[in-house]
Write a protein that binds this ligand. Structure first.
Ligand code: FMN
Length: 185
């Protein structure tokens, strides 16, 4: 698939079939991810691949954290929270390394990992997969970070919920760049 085709056809899709992509395809996405640029070649991206029982383990962590913060919540709320990762057959959690040297900047590391995520989104598009990029409260949750093997001060930039789309969904139109652009000539 031409890169422009992938860019113009990609859009968020959250309704996914239950079957997970094969490991070779997941590795293809990750390989596309790490082709992203990074200043000083620090490669600040970290990926945690969750499938099958791994999704339930993440759900357990979500539910435990939710229970700690909302002890009086009804039982259905815990059940619903625990099931959140099962909205996709594959989640790639993406973390960002904190700068290890003075010359490395945090925002550049975040930008590099954002570029890696977009590479994964486009590669997924080219492979007929759909992705929903999520963050939300779980990306800030220290218990979730611990489960994923990230330090408390590491950013979680994405939970990429990935799978085969349940149905073809029309892509919403995008606003033009016009009102976000100035030309200095
Ligand atoms: C960094 C980042 C975090 C996001 N987090 C969430 C999220 O937690 N929940 C959500 O519904 N959408 C989230 N989104 C937005 C969707 O993934 C999606 O991009 C958006 O709805 C626009 O749809 P599109 O991807 O088709 O342009 C996030 C997007 C980005 C770039």
């Amino acid at each position: 698939m031409d890169v422009f085709e992938a860019i113009y056809e990609r859009h968020m899709q959250a309704n996914l079939k239950p079957d997970a992509p094969p490991r070779a395809l997941i590795e293809k996405l990750l390989s596309a991810g790490v082709q992203a640029p990074s200043h000083h070649k620090v490669r600040p991206w970290r990926f945690v691949i969750l499938t099958g029982g791994g999704l339930d383990k993440l759900g357990d962590v979500f539910a435990a954290s939710f229970a700690e913060r909302h002890p009086a919540a009804p039982a259905e709320a815990f059940t619903k929270t625990r099931a959140l990762p099962r909205r996709a057959p594959l989640i790639i959690a993406v973390g960002v390394d904190q700068p290890a040297e003075a010359k490395i900047s945090e925002i550049e590391n975040i930008a590099a990992v954002g570029a890696a995520c977009q590479n994964i989104l486009l590669a997924a598009q080219a492979e007929g997969l759909a992705v929903k990029w999520r963050t939300g409260e779980w990306a800030e949750d220290v218990k979730v970070k611990e489960f994923l093997g990230f330090a408390p001060d590491q950013h979680v930039l994405a939970f990429l919920y990935i799978g085969y789309p349940e149905s073809a969904v029309e892509r919403p139109p995008r606003p033009s760049f016009d009102d976000r652009t100035v030309w200095i000539e």
